[in-house]
Design a protein around this ligand. Structure first.
Ligand SMILES: [Zn+2]
Length: 254
């Protein structure tokens, strides 16, 4: 048995907290692109992504960004079996980026700031214990839940902070709360993802995708290998450059 998944507060309170986080402590980007830039990212992350997802993007010569919550190493969650220490080091050695997602995947908007910073230090320690030698330079908020205080504090530690609000990042958008599109929701969800890819082509921007489990019977936060392939095919057809978040940031700030 695994624990019931945590769901952040919804309703009006949740909406106001999220709006406040969006509007404050912003770090707007400035860039122009002649063609779309896509980053394929993975959250938490399940073994099904580290096996199936990884091989499917590597077949195309691409690399991804893997937001790790190191407490999940060798554990089982509602997503199924989670990554191993060996997944972290082998992804890193193959040119993927391992990024930070807090140690135990706790809601950053509801946690006192000192606790959040401790969680981030502990995640870095756990990644080093797992054999990772390269430091984290990018972060994703668990559940996408940010606060102005967390944004300000974390921007002094990371190059980017990613949320889960869907959209294409363009000039004026916020490095401290990057938009990202989830690969979930079945046919309807995947149709929306394809729509965002078209949007990134129509007016070139930086589209960040994020996946959870990739398996034949996915959770509501996951997708099937066939759906994942459909998205990768559309990314390839778009002519986008596909870069890790780390490399995308370097490209955009050049
Ligand atoms: Zn997560």
């Amino acid at each position: 048995m695994t624990a019931t998944p945590y769901i952040p507060s919804g309703g009006l309170t949740g909406k106001l907290v999220r709006m406040n986080a969006r509007l404050r402590a912003r770090k707007p980007m400035q860039f122009e692109l002649g063609k779309p830039l896509v980053s394929i990212t993975f959250d938490d992350f399940p073994r099904s992504a580290a096996l199936t997802g990884r091989s499917m993007i590597e077949e195309r010569g691409w690399r991804g960004t893997w937001y790790a919550s190191c407490d999940f190493i060798d554990s089982t969650t509602h997503h199924g079996a989670m990554m191993s220490a060996g997944d972290l080091t082998s992804l890193d050695a193959a040119g993927h980026e391992i990024a930070c997602h807090t140690l135990s995947h706790t809601d950053s908007a509801r946690m006192p700031l000192p606790e959040l910073l401790t969680q981030i230090d502990q995640n870095a320690d756990a990644a080093r214990s797992a054999g990772l030698t390269r430091a984290f330079t990018n972060f994703a908020y668990p559940f996408g839940e940010a606060s102005p205080q967390a944004k300000t504090a974390l921007m002094s530690r990371f190059d980017t902070l990613r949320g889960v609000r869907p959209g294409v990042n363009r000039t004026g958008d916020d490095l401290a709360l990057l938009k990202a599109v989830g690969l979930d929701g079945g046919d309807t969800g995947i149709a929306k993802v394809l729509g965002w890819i078209e949007d990134a082509v129509a007016s070139p921007g930086w589209l960040i995708l994020y996946a959870h489990d990739i398996q034949e019977r996915p959770t509501e936060w996951g997708c099937t290998p066939q759906e994942f392939k459909q998205v990768l095919d559309a990314v390839a057809a778009s002519g986008a450059d596909v870069l890790t978040v780390r490399d995308a940031v370097a490209r955009l700030s050049a």
